[in-house]
Design a protein around this ligand. Sequence first.
Ligand SMILES: NC(=O)CC[C@H](N)C(=O)O
Length: 360
Amino acid sequence: MQGHITLENGEIFEGELPKGFNGRTYGEIVFFTGMTGYQEVLTDPSFYGQIVVFTYPLIGNYGINKSDNESIHPQPAGIVVSTAAGEATHYESKMTFAKAAEEAGIPVISGVDTRALVQSIREKGDMGAVLAENPVKIQEMTYEPLGEKMVMDEVSVNHPETFGEGNHHVVLVDFGYKRSMVKRLNERGCRVTVVPFDTSAEDIKKLAPDGLLFSNGPGNPKQMAEYLPHYKVLAETYPTLGICLGHQLIALAFGADTEKLRFGHRGANQPVQDMDSMKVFMTSQNHSYVVKEDTIDTNEFLVKYKNINDGSIEGLSHKSQTIITAQFHPEAHPGPADSEEIFDEFVEVLQTKGSEKSYA
Ligand SMILES: NC(=O)CC[C@H](N)C(=O)O
């Protein structure tokens, strides 16, 4: 059946919605540029509540497998594609993309002129949008910017859970984590305990961690303002790695500021430079917010990584404490594993229990 995307700025795009769809889906519309990786996007909690436009024109051709889910629950509010493959041709495929989205209750609108839609988002920025059978009057759009809402209760675990075995124990503070982060640490001899985002310092201490990982997650990092002093204490107490939202929270906790990009970095080929070695590598990314460079206290932090495309901050390293952060996704999934060595560095620090070695 026919469907429409109405953007907050009044523009309307046509497409095909699944038969029988009779609701309205609201969300912040963003675009993802990876050629593959739609299964990870469907299940990455950082996309919670967003309507994701895939720029690659054919989505679903290798189906959905058993191993690539990043979380149990489907996460985006809606999906926009040019062509949704009707058939999946991969030996590991268990289900078609359309079927997986349907079972998850995520509406997929296909046959959309995604090039024109993405051009509009690039020009005007990420904004609210509605998927519905008919265009929606702007006055009827009750879209509430996700960034302003506290969404952690929707994505963080309710109680601690431990994965894998190993000599080192990492406590992952969960803001909507991706499973591949746990896998990368398990592969490196770490046992990982995932804990709710608001776990107290005493409860974390009881788990006797060798280090902490502050995970990725949806929304504006400033939604966590009341927890920042707590996270600062945690990062000062244990060797800490912060990824994406985790990076932003550490920066905020230590007094820096964040801002929203006009349109986010979402894809699998964002070039990042290591400002020490000057080496450039390709990264997987998925974020709207960035740390503002002029607000970083350079007596305390070294800007370790920068984005080659727009010069934005991609990671920090504390000068005297064992804290390292990455705005990109070293766990990859989807995308290149060029930056996985950040996990090696982190585990190396855990080996010395953070006492002798700092990252910088
Ligand atoms: N992947 C993430 O952790 C995203 C962080 C944050 N929600 C942002 O959009 O910038």
